[in-house]
Design a protein around this ligand. Structure first.
Ligand SMILES: O=C(O)CCC(=O)C(=O)O
Ligand SMILES: [Fe+2]
Length: 230
C-alpha cells in the first residue's frame, strides 16, 4: 500500500520541520469507509466526550484490538521508516533510548510495561468543536512520531477545523504551524519533542498539536499513534 510514497523527501521534511504532509495516502473510498466505521460501536473500546475532560469539544473513539486491517497495516508499514529518525533524534539529544526496528517489538515493550490498550482513534468534530493543544503520550514508553489522516474534505465537508501545531522553543517565543490537508492526506508529526540545532549543539523543541474551531459541517479524522496506552 505504501509503494509510491517518497519517504526520502518526507523523512527530510520531518528532520527539518518536525512534520511531513503525505498527499493522498488513502483514496476517497477508503476515507468514506473508515468514516462510516465511526458509527459501528463494536469496533471501539471507548468513547470520549472531549468537553467532559476539557480537551475541547467533539467526540473520539479508540479502536479495540484487532484493529481494522488497513489501520493495522499502515501502522506496521510506516513505523520502520520512522524508527530510524527516532533513534537518530535520541542520539542528537543525548537521550539513552533506542526504539526497535519493528512496531511488533515496540508494542511488546509497551505490553511488558502495562501499556496494553490500543491507541488508534477516530475523531469527530461538528460545528463549534475543536481540540485543545496537547501531546499523546499515554505512558512511559512513547514513540516520537504519530500520524493523522484526514477523512473529510476542508471547504467541502467542513470549514475551519485547521490542524495546528505549536512549537515551544526554549527561551524563545513559540511558533505556530497551521495546515489544512485534503481528504485522504496524512500528516506525520512530532509527538513530544524534536532536536533543533543551535549554536551550542542540539536542543529540545517541544511540540503540541490540536484543531481550531470547526466553523461549519463535520470533520472526521483518523489518528494513528504507535505506542499503546496504560
Ligand atoms: O483531529 C485532528 O486533526 C487531530 C487529532 C489528534 O489529536 C490525534 O490524532 O492525535
Ligand atoms: Fe492528538
Amino acid at each position: 500500500m505504501l509503494k509510491n510514497i517518497d519517504f526520502k523527501t518526507h523523512l527530510a521534511n520531518i528532520n527539518q520541520n518536525g512534520y511531513a504532509v503525505l498527499p493522498k495516502l488513502f483514496s476517497d473510498e477508503i476515507c468514506d469507509e473508515l468514516a462510516t466505521t465511526y458509527d459501528e460501536s463494536e469496533n471501539f473500546r471507548s468513547v470520549i466526550n472531549m468537553k467532559r475532560y476539557q480537551f475541547g469539544s467533539g467526540e473520539y473513539k479508540y479502536f479495540k484490538y484487532p484493529l481494522p486491517t488497513i489501520i493495522d497495516e499502515i501502522r506496521h508499514e510506516i513505523y520502520p521508516h520512522l524508527a530510524h529518525i527516532a533513534n537518530d533524534w535520541m542520539i542528537k539529544l543525548g537521550i539513552e533510548k533506542t526504539f526497535p526496528n519493528q512496531l511488533s517489538e515496540l508494542l511488546k515493550l509497551c505490553h511488558e510495561n502495562g501499556q496494553n490498550r490500543p491507541t488508534p482513534l477516530i475523531l469527530k468534530y461538528e460545528t463549534g468543536d475543536w481540540n485543545a493543544l496537547h501531546q499523546d503520550l499515554y505512558g512511559e514508553i512513547f514513540f516520537p512520531f504519530q500520524m493523522v489522516i484526514f477523512l473529510t474534505q476542508p471547504n467541502g465537508d467542513y470549514t475551519g477545523g485547521e490542524f495546528m501545531m505549536l512549537e515551544n522553543r526554549p527561551r524563545m517565543q513559540s511558533k505556530g504551524i497551521v495546515l489544512q490537508p485534503n481528504k485522504g492526506d496524512a500528516v506525520i508529526f512530532t509527538t513530544n519533542f524534536r532536536p533543533t540545532l543551535g549554536s551550542r549543539g542540539y536542543y529540545r523543541t517541544s511540540m503540541r498539536h490540536g484543531v481550531s474551531e470547526v466553523r461549519s459541517g463535520k470533520r472526521i479524522n483518523l489518528g494513528i499513534i504507535f505506542h499503546d496506552a496504560k
